[in-house]
Write a protein that binds this ligand. Structure first.
Ligand SMILES: N[C@@H](CCC(=O)N[C@@H](CS)C(=O)NCC(=O)O)C(=O)O
Length: 211
């Protein structure tokens, strides 16, 4: 297999940070393309040719002629390339995949809706705000319960599941969604946040700003 030739198309956003964190953690070389969502660059024809749904992140491996979108698929590809962050034996590997999918199908999209209804929707829709508050608090409780008995989401080792979950919680913290009463989740957040690769990743292509 020839060496990967990775190009990442991303912006400073929760789904983008998952990939910059993973790449920085793994120390894989890559070229970074800043797709400025605010300026509509994700709707440009050239970008839509890579991802027809017009969303970042997108990863291209020019050496393998592979184009990937959906952050979880990209994280799985990076784990495949590096042989890291996807657990060792079958039990741990499937635990990583389970918690990665929980993030991708449940927690991430629910937090996305909560950010929209709490921070951007106008006029405010109390029913939607209440619904997404309740649903995201339930995901915080689920994660907290898991982390009460395991240092990392998949068990004993830091993995792609932690990276994905952190990407969205970083934004939750930034917009002042308070999860500090979930003490195991809060402690895990601090553990992940202090990792140098994570600190580099959340500043690429630029640090996020609040609404
Ligand atoms: N399920 C996708 C979601 C990707 C996504 O929603 N990306 C946002 C930025 S975090 C985006 O590109 N939004 C563009 C838009 O809102 O039109 C993933 O995990 O990659």
């Amino acid at each position: 297999m020839s060496a990967p030739d990775l190009v990442l198309y991303t912006d400073s956003s929760p789904n983008g940070f998952k990939i910059t964190i993973a790449l920085e953690e793994l120390g894989l070389p890559y070229t970074l393309h800043h797709v400025r969502i605010e300026q509509g660059e994700h709707r440009a024809e050239q970008f839509l040719a890579l991802n027809p749904s017009g969303r970042i992140p997108v990863l291209v491996d020019r050496a393998a002629d592979i184009v990937l979108f959906e952050s979880a698929a990209i994280l799985l590809y990076l784990a495949h390339l590096s042989g890291q962050l996807l657990g060792q034996g079958p039990q741990e590997r499937w635990a990583v995949i389970t918690w990665l999918m929980y993030h991708s199908a449940s927690m991430g999209p629910l937090l996305g809706q909560r950010v929209h209804f709490e921070c951007f929707d106008s006029p405010p829709n109390p029913c939607a705000i209440h619904r997404y508050q309740a649903l995201t608090e339930a995901t915080f409780a689920t994660l907290d319960q898991r982390l009460a008995s395991h240092p990392w989401l998949a068990g004993e080792a830091y993995s792609m599941a932690d990276i994905a979950t952190f990407g969205w919680l970083h934004i939750a913290r930034l917009v002042a969604f308070d999860f500090s009463r979930y003490t195991h989740l809060e402690a895990w957040y601090a553990r992940v946040a202090q990792r140098p690769g994570v600190q580099r990743g959340i500043r690429l292509p630029a640090p996020a700003t609040g609404p």
